[in-house]
Design a protein around this ligand. Structure first.
Ligand SMILES: [Zn+2]
Ligand SMILES: [Zn+2]
Length: 176
C-alpha cells in the first residue's frame, strides 16, 4: 500500500489516481489484518494528497465469552490528507509544506522524501476503529463457566451459577 505520488504532487490540484488493493496484509503489534481488498483514490489538494479509500479485510480476534479465536470480516471507508515532507517538486509544490506550517496543523500522515505515500497506517487505524468491542464466536456462545472454568460450548458442566459477588453473598446469608 505504498504509492509514489511524485507525478501527482507536481501536477494540478484535483488530479486523481485510482489504485486497487489486492490481497494485502498489515501486521502490527496489535494484530494482523489479512486479505485486504479495496480501492484507493489519491487526489492532489493545494497542500498535499487527499486519500479516499474503501477496504475490506479479515482479522482474527477472541470471542468475548469463551476466548476462542474468532474470524472477523471488516469493512470500512477512510479519508485522510497526506502532506509532503519534500517541497522541491517544481513550481507551486514548494509552497505545500509552508502552507501546512502556516495553518498550524500537526498532520499525522506525511509523504516521505522519496515521494512515497504509505497508506497502510491510515488503513490499519480505520480497520481498528471498526473492530467489534465484544466479538462472539457465535450468537449463542455459552461462554466459560465462572465456577469451573470449562468452555461450556465444548464441555457442558452441571455447575449452579450462584452469586459470587461478596455484596450479594451477604444478601444470601440474610435469606438463609
Ligand atoms: Zn465463544
Ligand atoms: Zn462449570
Amino acid at each position: 500500500m505504498i504509492y509514489n505520488v511524485a507525478a501527482l504532487l507536481s501536477g494540478e490540484v484535483g488530479a486523481k489516481r485510482v489504485y486497487s488493493i489486492d490481497d494485502e496484509i498489515i501486521a502490527s503489534p496489535d494484530g494482523e489484518f489479512h486479505g485486504i481488498y479495496g480501492v484507493v483514490k489519491l487526489i492532489r489538494t493545494d497542500r498535499g494528497i487527499f486519500l479516499d479509500a474503501e477496504v475490506t479485510a479479515g482479522a482474527v480476534s477472541e470471542c468475548s465469552r469463551c476466548l476462542e479465536p474468532v474470524g472477523l470480516v471488516l469493512q470500512t471507508e477512510l479519508e485522510e490528507e497526506f502532506f509532503p515532507v519534500n517541497g522541491d517538486l517544481g513550481s507551486g509544490s514548494s509552497l505545500l509544506r509552508q502552507k501546512v506550517v502556516e495553518e498550524e496543523e500537526i498532520p499525522e500522515f506525511w509523504i516521505e522524501e522519496s515521494n512515497n505515500l504509505d497508506a497502510s497506517e491510515a488503513v490499519r487505524q480505520a480497520l481498528v476503529s471498526v473492530m467489534p468491542l465484544a466479538p462472539l464466536c457465535r450468537d449463542d456462545c455459552a461462554g466459560i463457566c465462572p465456577e469451573c472454568g470449562n468452555n461450556r460450548n465444548t464441555n457442558p458442566c452441571d455447575c449452579v451459577i450462584g452469586f459470587t459477588d461478596p455484596r450479594f453473598a451477604a444478601l444470601l446469608d440474610l435469606k438463609i
